[in-house]
Design a protein around this ligand. Structure first.
Ligand code: FEO
Length: 171
């Protein structure tokens, strides 16, 4: 079992994209924390951890396939934001970019008849459906509840309740 140089490059690019997503969510979490959006801060810290696990999944896959992974440089993400709604809009856009990249890789696997990578990417295809739906649903809350201080406080509580389970970094 071997993957093509093209597939290897795409997967390594995806490692960088997932790493950048992790970093971007970290910046969002930090901004929320200093702004007083405690629920959203927890939500995005956990989301940042989740993206790191996505990055690790691909690193392990590349290494298992004998196509050593490339660890990307960390670039400074956007770190100043206008509002919680603005952050969620950026998050949705980021996820749409990730989805497009995953779909492109799936097309490469189909062209190359690379069944192993096709099967590996299935998890990511499904995950992206959930990720986009999650942020679309959260953005709808602003239409439903509003954008005044009380509404944002309410949305912050929703984010707290929906926080992905944080990864235990001490384990
Ligand atoms: Fe790993 Fe949210 O894309």
């Amino acid at each position: 079992m071997k993957i093509s140089p093209k597939m290897k490059k795409s997967l390594n690019d995806q490692v960088a994209l997932e790493g950048a997503a992790s970093n971007s969510y970290l910046a969002m979490a930090s901004w929320c924390e200093v702004t007083g959006y405690e629920g959203a801060a927890n939500y995005f810290y956990a989301q940042s951890d989740e993206e790191r696990t996505h990055m690790l999944k691909i690193i392990h896959y590349l290494n298992d396939m004998g196509a050593a992974s490339t660890i990307p440089a960390i670039q400074s993400p956007l770190s100043t934001f206008k509002s919680l709604e603005g952050i969620l809009k950026i998050a949705l856009k980021n996820e749409q970019t990730v989805t497009a990249a995953i779909h492109k890789m799936v097309e490469i696997t189909q062209k190359e008849k690379d069944h192993s990578t096709y099967a590996f990417l299935e998890w990511f295809v499904n995950e992206q459906v959930q990720e986009e739906t999650k942020f679309e649903t959260l953005l709808q809350k602003f239409e439903l509840i509003g954008r005044d201080k009380l509404a944002i406080n309410e949305i912050d509580k929703i984010l707290a309740a929906e926080s992905p389970t944080p990864v235990d970094s001490t384990a």
